[in-house]
Design a protein around this ligand. Structure first.
Ligand code: AHR
Length: 497
């Protein structure tokens, strides 16, 4: 049996975790909106057509912020198509995903949905076919109180109070050749800068996210991030990161995605710090990891120009949920730098929540680790000091066989420890050393594992991949547990008064 020792000390803090670390994403893509969050003919639909069964599942995830309307979609989107009387809204071809966009849902309806879901909106402006002026008009429509053409139009459209959208993305993945009107780094840098100037003049209280490179595998990476930040450093608040992993046949590599994600974050942070020094800024650039997930159907696109095509509807397995848990730990361990993150996406499209048209909802395997970390991962992230053997992976080199993260909620007097055991053959004896906290008691131990790594929840068998609570072990400072091979764990402790 392998042995792992993990020291968690209340003084080894990483950062206060920003609630926005648990954000998500709804794109006008596939069935995310239509028959996802919105389906007027569904039996659970409210007076606006929003599915209340889906709203309930979103609320249970405690998602604080949701990005909208894209994604690739936004780079060809005219936001004015989605406002005003629904019967007058144009049906358009959505070039990004090969679908027809009916525009029955636009920014006003999305804001209404956000209020019902108890989430903040994060809006993206079109910097593909769109101009800085269009972006300014959209912000004016959304946030300016009244007395101008755009703000009065919002009021006329039924929204007297400004939407007050505080976070805005300056386009999406603008170095991707698949992006409508993709740009070179200097061209995007200039366009993002001019857009940022207009937007902050309209509403200085907003926060802006500049597009980082679409991924570390891009030829443009990480030079793109440097050039874009050199243009925009003082005007923007975040640089974005996007990364999707998949099982390419080597499970050890796939499990180590967490280590690669960590390396990616540190590289972008270093690039931003280099630019900070170069432009002589006092500001620390934050990271918005606003697309992360596991994604298999990367090449899917509709070819039939229909509304709400069934595309990108990945089904997630137990193995996917384990890897996903490791990635959540990485976000927590980098919470000094990653101040916002969006699980891409939320409903139907590479999502933890799946719906049947006109029918049931399903929680995928990945729903559970997300819910656990979103609920218990609030407070101060602590560095975990882990003594364990390394696993040699062909893709990412040597990585620890166990990935961990710890969160201390001082007010509640509670500690949460999240653990992914990547060991494939044997059980692991895992000791948590909590002596710096004084006397503590374990109150919960939840395990996600199973005999079939590829088991998936389905509408007929929705509870195949679900975490189970087991009896917490006794201890007061040292807690020794057995981690079965390939398993995800949440331990919760309460400080004794
Ligand atoms: O989330 C799906 C797509 O992935 C988004 O539209 C795009 O930004 C990324 O490539």
């Amino acid at each position: 049996m392998k042995t792992v020792h993990c020291i968690i000390d209340k003084d080894y803090t990483i950062a206060e975790i920003d609630d926005n670390l648990y954000g998500s994403f709804i794109e006008q893509l596939g069935r995310a909106v239509y028959t996802g969050i919105y389906e007027p003919s569904h039996k659970s639909a409210d007076e606006q057509g929003f599915r209340q069964d889906v709203l309930a599942l979103v609320q249970q995830l405690s998602v604080p912020i949701v990005r909208y309307p894209g994604g690739n979609f936004v780079s060809g989107y005219n936001w004015t198509d989605g406002i005003g009387p629904v019967e007058n809204r144009p049906r358009r071809l959505d070039y990004a995903w090969g679908a027809v966009e009916s525009n029955r849902i636009g920014i006003d309806e999305f804001i209404d949905w956000c209020k019902k879901a108890n989430v903040k909106p994060m809006a993206a402006v079109n910097l593909g076919t769109g101009t800085p002026k269009d972006a300014g008009y959209m912000l004016e429509y959304c946030n300016h109180p009244e007395g101008t053409y755009w703000s009065d139009l919002r009021i006329k459209n039924g929204h007297k109070d400004p939407h007050n959208i505080k976070t805005w993305c300056l386009g999406n993945e603008m170095d991707g050749p698949w992006q409508i009107c993709s740009l070179s780094a200097p061209d995007y840098g200039k366009k993002a800068l001019e857009t940022a100037k207009i937007m902050k003049w309209i509403d200085p209280s907003i926060k802006l996210v500049a597009c980082g490179s679409a991924g570390p595998w891009m030829d443009t990476y990480p030079e793109w991030d440097r050039v874009v930040l050199e243009h925009t450093y003082e005007q923007v608040d975040y640089i974005s990161m996007h990364r999707y992993y998949e099982n390419e046949g080597n499970i050890e590599n796939f499990l180590a995605s967490y280590a690669d994600m960590d390396h990616f974050i540190k590289t972008v942070a270093s690039t931003a710090d280099y630019v900070k020094a170069k432009v002589k800024s006092k500001k620390k650039m934050q990271i918005s990891f606003d697309e992360w997930n596991i994604w298999y159907t990367k090449d899917e696109k509709s070819s039939s120009w229909i509304e709400a095509p069934t595309i990108l509807e990945d089904q997630y397995s137990l193995l996917d949920a384990l890897v996903f848990g490791g990635m959540l730990c990485t976000l927590l361990n980098n919470s000094d730098r990653v101040k916002m993150a969006c699980l891409a996406q939320l409903v139907n499209v590479i999502a933890p929540i799946v719906t049947e048209r006109g029918g049931r909802t399903l929680k995928q395997s990945t729903y559970y680790p997300f819910q656990q970390v979103s609920c218990y991962g609030r407070g101060t992230a602590l560095k975990t000091l882990v003594h364990c053997e390394k696993v040699n992976t062909s893709l990412y080199g040597e990585v620890p066989s166990v990935q961990t993260a710890a969160v201390y909620d001082m007010e509640a007097g509670s500690i949460a420890v999240f653990v992914l055991n990547c060991e494939m053959e044997k059980n692991t004896e895992f000791t948590m050393d909590l002596r710096s906290f004084g006397k503590v008691g374990m109150v919960e131990h939840s395990i996600l594992n199973g005999p079939d790594l590829f088991a998936k929840n389905t509408f007929d068998e929705p509870m195949l991949v679900v975490p189970k609570n087991v009896a917490p072990v006794n201890g007061d400072k040292l807690f020794k547990v057995i981690l079965p091979k390939l398993s995800w764990h949440v331990f919760r402790f309460l400080l004794e008064k």
